[in-house]
Design a protein around this ligand. Structure first.
Ligand code: NCD
Length: 439
């Protein structure tokens, strides 16, 4: 089967670069200052919004953005009314809907759905949230809200709190904060931390490191007075995981998230779930802290916080249409608003034949496919599902050029050029394919 090329779109915050984000904020600022200049910018274009999960803010702000630019909108707000309910694959739905619109915004319950749909839609596709994997336009509006207050985010300290395991907004935000040189304090609810390897990937990609810090206020949130911090290497000279963790002296912003019960988080965890208390608002650590939340909230932000000048989550939500106007312009009017250095991941590319994705919520499992795997990091034995980013550690690695296969931990593997890497789960599989044992 011939795959369509992956067209420009917005699937993952991993695609952001500093130059992209800076140019993007500039464009949002222009739209905010002179909205009338853009009111016909997308006249004659049709935008489809396909939401296969509940949404208030995201869908309506995308649609508001499209109308404000003069585009027409077609929408699916309830997937039980579509052919998905008759068992149509995402790939077929993407082919069809892509034929009816100039750009598609898609929200889907499976991890990696955006990358897969983008290969078939034939028009730019914007991820409106896919499973627990990513929500890049939410990140853009989170960042724009902070950028408007502070200018540069470099060196700022931002806490991410709540259901980090099942939520997609904090995961996307963490990637982007690392692009901008900010520090991320990781404050998960009990049992709700990121999957193993996630923060390590950020360290590898952006030359960040992990450190521990301490503060008494963390105790009431996470059950421990210590927290991990992701920070640019060289920002602070201090102990890594040895010795006593230093006390954190400031948090510039705290990004709260809700318990994602619909993604498998136990509702029972709500009792011990981190949230703001009256006493937190008086703690000196939070005296200048801005409170953000992608919304909807549950009990993590009680109503009494709303009147506090540090609470900016409603301002954040109001930035949604503006930011999404800029997303449409960047993708559909790139001639006038060039997109610097935005590199969508090459979905669909990578090593085949390594079996099913172990993540049952991966879009490839839902579609009955085996994913391709792409190599990650310097060690060359960690591969990621090209759709949902699940990790696969391989045991043997071959070289396509020498046709020799080595144990994955062998120093020989480090010498293989990335384009010649050939991973194997079993040694016999390599021998069967004509590789000789290199030890
Ligand atoms: C978020 C989402 O859908 O991931 N909501 C949103 O887009 N504003 C966060 C959430 O639902 O908790």
């Amino acid at each position: 089967m011939q795959l369509l090329p992956v067209l420009e779109g917005l699937h993952s915050a991993e695609a952001f670069s500093r130059s992209f984000l800076e140019a993007f904020f500039e464009l949002v600022g222009e739209i905010e200052r002179e909205p009338q200049r853009f009111q016909d910018a997308l006249h004659g274009k049709v935008i489809a919004t396909v939401f296969e999960e509940p949404s208030t803010r995201t869908r309506l702000s995308f649609e508001s953005a499209a109308h404000r630019l003069g585009a027409g909108v077609i929408t699916v707000a309830d997937s039980s009314t579509t052919s998905a309910a008759k068992g149509e694959s995402l790939r077929d739905s993407a082919r069809i809907i892509g034929g009816y619109a100039d750009l598609v915004v898609w929200r889907h319950p499976n991890d990696g759905a955006s990358r897969l749909a983008s290969q078939y839609a034939g028009v730019p596709l914007v991820n409106g949230g896919d499973g627990r994997l990513g929500h890049p336009t939410q990140t853009l509006l989170d960042l724009y809200t902070l950028h408007r207050r502070w200018g540069s985010l470099e060196g700022r300290t931002i806490g991410v709190m709540g259901d980090l395991l099942h939520g997609r907004t904090a995961r996307s935000l963490a990637w982007a904060l690392a692009v901008l040189g900010a520090r991320v304090v990781i404050l998960p609810g009990p049992g709700l931390d990121w999957e193993t390897g996630f923060d390590r990937r950020i360290c590898d990609r952006y030359d960040y490191r992990l450190r521990r810090v301490r503060h008494a206020v963390f105790q009431g949130w996470t059950g421990s007075d210590e927290a991990r911090v992701l920070e640019p290497r060289g920002l602070v000279q201090g102990s890594l995981f040895s010795g006593d963790a230093p006390t954190l002296d400031t948090i510039d912003a705290l990004y709260l998230t809700r318990l994602q019960a619909e993604r498998g988080a136990s509702d029972a965890a709500q009792g011990a779930f981190p949230g703001l208390k009256r006493s937190d608002l008086r703690d000196p650590l939070l005296s200048e802290t801005l409170f953000l939340h992608p919304l909807p909230r549950r009990e993590e932000i009680p109503d009494f916080v709303d009147e506090d000048p540090r609470a900016i989550y409603f301002e954040q939500a109001r930035n949604g249409p503006l930011v999404r106007q800029a997303v449409f312009l960047a993708l559909l009017r790139a001639d006038q608003h060039p997109i610097p250095d935005l590199h969508p991941l090459p979905a669909g590319q990578g090593e085949h034949g390594l079996g099913d994705c172990p993540n049952k919520n991966c879009i490839t499992c839902a579609e009955g496919m085996q994913p391709p795997w792409r190599v990650e990091g310097k060690a060359r034995r960690i591969f990621l599902c090209a759709y949902c980013d699940s990790l696969l550690e391989v045991h043997y690695v071959g070289c396509r050029s020498t046709r020799r296969v080595h144990p994955a931990h062998s120093s020989q593997v480090l010498k293989i050029r990335p384009e010649n890497l050939r991973p194997f789960l079993e040694r016999d599989a390599a021998i069967e394919q004509g590789f000789t044992w290199g030890g």
